[in-house]
Design a protein around this ligand. Structure first.
Ligand code: NAD
Ligand code: UDP
Length: 315
């Protein structure tokens, strides 16, 4: 296998740090670019001694020049509280950031993969979601900065392919969890585990009957790498996620059970435009990438709970 030089934007984040680690383990040279908005040096500390790993503090909304073979564009806050903290910046990251990275890919003839999201389907009226569904997104709601930013990024990617023949790949990532999630990021898996470990009430938003489908991080990273390695005629978009759908109420009781917690449940207001259901149809990924997730939720959650327990012991 040829040793490649690979740029990972958002490389100090949750998914990015796992991707950098995996690519280094596969024998590649990795440049991690991050502005450390939601990412952390702690996530990549264990990679710092590797001479084939480089970290650059940079914001992708500003142009950036480097010579690489491949670019994974992951830079963008992913949790609702983080992407809604500065919505204009979130839009700029997806739109100006993608333009900068696509311009770079065009100039250096690199392959480029976009970390898109199931949020392009909004609050979906088609279930499970297939790639040919156009979505149901509120363009002026509180999730729009993320959803519409990512939709525009997809449009940019396909048009850089059409107009400039840039070699693109688009992954529509569904809810992913695992070690190195930020315990404070407000996402459901991190919230529930932290609450269970602290013996605090588990906060269900709305009735808890809304569903999500959770994919373990290692499975997701495998899917992203397989997508990058498809031949140039395959661009996606392709759904990556675990079709194992469940309600937030069921997730709460599973987390309580696995962490041996006596936490109660408290009901809070449902955030605006919170999607009611979400489940990936992964037929395309199975067919084109020979990929499907292999980590069952109980096992993935156990590993994630252990990670959060260790974090608590460190402080
Ligand atoms: P994360 O917040 O942990 O990581 C994002 C990283 O990007 C962070 O390190 C952050 O500092 C960096 N970043 C943000 N804005 C930047 C900018 N302007 N310039 C440079 N760096 C910047 O989130 P994550 O869960 O690792 O998600 C990674 C990518 O995958 C994101 O693009 C996200 O939209 C996408 N995604 C994730 C999920 C999920 O469930 N984790 C689901 C769908 C899509
Ligand atoms: N959620 C919840 N309690 C929490 C955090 C989230 O019930 O403490 C719900 C949230 O309303 C949503 C689901 O869990 O229906 C997933 O939320 P998350 O922010 O993890 O991801 P997203 O909504 O982007 O899929």
């Amino acid at each position: 296998m040829k040793k490649k030089k690979i740029l990972v934007t958002g490389g100090a984040g949750f998914l990015g740090s796992h991707l950098c680690e995996r690519l280094l383990n596969d024998g590649h040279e990795v440049i991690c670019l991050d502005n450390f908005f939601t990412g952390s040096k702690k996530n990549i500390l264990h990679l710092m001694d590797n001479p084939f790993f480089e970290v650059i503090r940079h914001d992708i909304t500003m142009p950036f020049f480097i010579e690489v073979d491949e670019i994974y564009n992951l830079a963008c806050p992913a949790s609702p509280i983080h992407y809604q903290f500065n919505p204009i910046k979130t839009i700029k990251t997806s739109v100006s950031g993608s333009i900068n990275m696509l311009g770079l890919a065009k100039r250096i003839k690199a392959k480029i993969l976009q970390a898109s999201t199931s949020e392009v389907y909004g609050d979906p009226q088609v279930h499970p979601q297939t790639e040919d569904y156009w979505g149901h997104v509120n363009p002026i709601g509180s999730r729009a900065c993320y959803d519409e930013g990512k939709r525009c990024a997809e449009a940019l990617f396909v048009n850089y392919k059409k107009q400039n023949n840039v070699r693109i790949k688009i992954a529509r990532i569904f809810n992913t969890y695992g070690p190195r999630m930020d315990p404070e990021d407000g996402r459901v898996v991190s919230n529930f585990i932290m609450q269970a470990l602290k013996g605090e009430d588990i906060t269900i938003y709305g009735t808890g009957e809304q569903s999500r489908s959770f994919c373990y991080v290692d499975d997701m990273i495998e899917g992203l790498i397989r997508l990058m390695n498809t031949d140039d005629s395959f661009t996606g978009p392709v759904n990556l996620g675990n079709p194992n759908e469940m309600t937030m109420l069921d997730l709460a009781s599973l987390v309580k059970d696995l962490s041996g917690s006596g936490s109660g449940i408290s009901y809070n207001e449902l955030p605006e435009d919170d999607p009611m259901q979400r489940q990936p149809d992964i037929s395309l990924a199975k067919k084109t990438l020979s990929w499907e997730p292999s980590t069952i939720l109980r096992e993935g959650l156990k590993r994630t709970i252990d990670y959060f327990k260790n974090l608590q012991e460190e402080v």
